[in-house]
Design a protein around this ligand. Structure first.
Ligand code: NAP
Length: 385
């Protein structure tokens, strides 16, 4: 099938032309990806996930092996704009989300993203698409590590660090659902939140010795740990394990060697459409609750990344009004570039917590009502309503 529904030849994208710091990110006009190959899906993006991994890509700490301009962002949600002739599971206008790793064509911080159908899952019925954009990486990571790698089961004692974070808040819920006793770390202000997700014990890592606190409760140590914090915290996680225990260190920074325990530092979340669909079902049927820290307009993607990198995502959720001002895009040379697009803005997500979904929806509606009064200001997709 061709890109019949797409009239534009170019799209907005946050891209880099060289690896480096935040100053490398540019909002540019690039050609809309080519027609999908036989097994590909072209997605019109509505929301994209933001995580500190995006900075790793930008700096080439996590190489993507794609030519410049390299469009940032690895995951998000949107609607199918076109499908390849051999794709059977999706049709135009379907709501979907995807995690593109290895990065197939361009990244998710763009109006369109081209991916293989094997990266794509039907989007959540219970979440507006912009919110769904915040699910793929954190959802896949929490689910795969706890189920397939750590094999968490009934009665396990599981440590989850950064429990109020993107991966952590889903991991607490999944581990609890598997019947585990969850010991979580979080700042004091997040304790009620993490308890409400199912954690039995929450340790204030800013005020307590985490290893000592855990050894007081569980003298033999915990059975399993999922660590989402680098440096010394990762090493502390190793010391909380019982003999024979196992930890996945998402940051890959644990360096302490302890015979008798197993520490995975090489884990990289895989694109897995079936698992994505499973996470979607868990959210739809209420087994998982997704918290979004803040929604950013497309134009402020670098701000979203900056907030995520501060590693304490919290605070009221808001989606500020901003113009989808095509005049703000810059040119970034590419062989088949064209004229400007007129796509409206959509929201970026940083995942994580504070403020309930109700607050989020109320705020979205309030902003939408304001936005409706102005034809030139549509900061988020109407699908968010
Ligand atoms: N290897 C992979 O494939 C993979 C996949 C996904 C994620 N990751 C990595 O996993 C890590 C977690 O990702 P994320 O997106 O969940 O992070 P995130 O949402 O940015 O985490 C923010 C949370 O970190 C907590 N935090 C900060 N310092 C802490 C400390 N010393 N001890 C305990 N908690 C602390 C904060 O808690 P408070 O606000 O309560 O202080 C905050 O809630 C990141 O490094 C990410 O790159 C790796």
């Amino acid at each position: 099938m061709s890109n019949t529904g797409i009239k534009k030849t170019t799209m907005r994208a946050w891209a880099i032309n060289a690896y480096g710091g935040p100053e490398r990110m540019r909002l540019v006009e690039l050609p809309v990806p080519p027609e999908p190959g036989p097994r590909d899906v072209l997605i019109r993006m509505h929301g994209a996930e933001v995580g500190d991994w995006d900075a790793l890509v930008r700096e080439r700490e996590w190489p993507m092996e794609r030519p410049f301009p390299l469009v940032l962002g690895l995951a998000g949600a949107g609607t199918v704009a076109a499908v390849g002739r051999e794709v059977t599971g999706f049709a135009e206008s379907d709501s979907v989300y995807a995690y593109s790793y290895p990065l197939y064509h361009n990244g998710a911080w763009a109006d369109y993203m081209l991916v293989p159908a094997s990266y794509v899952a039907g989007a959540l019925a219970s979440l507006e698409l912009t919110r769904a954009g915040g699910v793929p990486i954190v959802g896949l990571t929490a689910h795969e590590t706890l189920t397939d790698i750590l094999g968490v089961h009934q009665g396990d004692v599981v440590l989850i660090t950064a429990a109020a974070g993107g991966v952590g808040h889903l991991a607490v819920q999944i581990a609890t659902g598997l019947g585990a006793h969850v010991v979580a770390t979080a700042s004091r202000r997040n304790h009620d939140f993490v308890r409400a997700l199912g954690a039995e014990t929450v340790i204030d890592y800013t005020a307590e010795d985490v290893v000592a606190a855990i050894r007081t409760l569980y003298p033999d140590g915990v059975d399993k740990a999922l660590n989402g914090v680098g440096g010394e915290t990762a090493n502390q996680g190793v010391h909380t394990l019982r003999d024979g225990g196992r930890m996945v260190d998402l940051t890959g920074s644990a360096s302490v060697v302890r015979p008798g325990v197993r520490v995975d530092t090489e884990y990289v979340v895989r694109a897995d459409a079936d698992r994505l669909a499973g996470v979607a079902r868990m959210i739809d049927d209420g087994r998982l609750t997704l918290e979004i820290h803040e929604v950013f307009p497309f134009e402020r993607a670098p701000d979203a990344l900056e907030v995520v990198q501060a590693r304490h995502t919290h605070g009221a959720k808001s989606c500020s009004r901003s113009r989808s001002n095509i005049g703000q895009t810059e040119s970034m040379a590419q062989t088949d570039g064209g004229g400007p697009s007129n796509e409206n803005g959509y929201c970026f997500y940083t995942k994580s917590r504070k403020g309930g979904a109700t607050t989020q929806r109320r705020e979205s509606r309030r902003l939408y009502k304001k936005a409706k009064n102005s034809v030139t200001t549509v900061p988020f997709s109407l699908d968010s309503l």
